[in-house]
Ligand binder design. Structure first.
Ligand SMILES: [Zn+2]
Ligand SMILES: [Zn+2]
Length: 217
């Protein structure tokens, strides 16, 4: 397997920032640099990964808070989320107050992502799915060969993302999970935005929100 990744929990929300790279060329990306930029920079250097792109799953502060300082430090491009999350990025100052974070200024990425886009680094790539529900512009990144998906706050081990934020919608989120994620296969291991990894198959069997057959009590 030539696609490697390391999870680094960042911010007081323990957000799973992922450093993902091609071990042939050592080129890579950082998915959701929510904060703790100094720590991330040290780990990236220790791993020897040349990060050229920062990829954002959605516009929530715990996922994007370290984007601008890290992009500057690494001279990296900022890619994603889908443009429907622009209102979250433009509201970052308000989010800083809402989440009790240090002040984070609004920004726009160098490139928005959309369904079917492919983010490449070295000889590896991550394909993009548009998965609204938690936020309207949420995207999921996956690599079929490596059987890994970076799903942000769409799906968790035993839970799903919150849908009580502005423009969040429960049924839309359930549809995103069942119509976009499940077709990637039961063996697909996913890295959620928070908490431990799981597989789609395990969630289809036991997740109380999206299991194929709900247990009868
Ligand atoms: Zn979120
Ligand atoms: Zn989150």
């Amino acid at each position: 397997m030539a696609l490697k990744y390391q999870i680094v929990p960042v911010t007081s929300f323990s957000q799973n920032c992922s450093i993902v790279w091609c071990d042939k060329t050592m080129e890579g990306v950082v998915v959701d640099p929510g904060g703790d930029v100094e720590q991330l920079a040290v780990i990236i250097q220790e791993l020897g990964v040349e990060v050229k792109q920062l990829v954002l799953t959605h516009g929530h502060l715990d996922h994007v808070g370290g984007t601008q300082p890290l992009a500057k430090k690494l001279n990296a491009r900022v890619i994603g989320p889908h443009r429907d999350d622009n209102f979250w990025l433009q509201g970052l100052e308000g989010q800083s107050k809402m989440f009790g974070f240090p002040l984070t200024e609004a920004f726009e990425p160098d490139q928005w992502l959309d369904e079917g886009d492919v983010v490449t680094f070295g000889e590896e790539s991550l394909s993009v799915l548009h998965t609204p529900g938690h936020t309207p512009g949420h995207v999921v990144l996956f690599n079929q060969e490596a059987q890994r998906a970076f799903v942000g706050d769409v799906l968790f081990n035993g839970a799903i993302g919150r849908t009580d934020f502005p423009k969040g919608d429960f049924n839309t989120l359930i549809n995103s999970i069942k119509e976009k994620l499940w077709p990637l296969g039961n063996e697909m291991t996913f890295i959620p935005g928070h908490g431990p990894e799981s597989t789609f198959g395990r969630e289809r069997a036991s997740n109380p929100f999206v299991a194929d057959e709900m247990p009868l009590y």
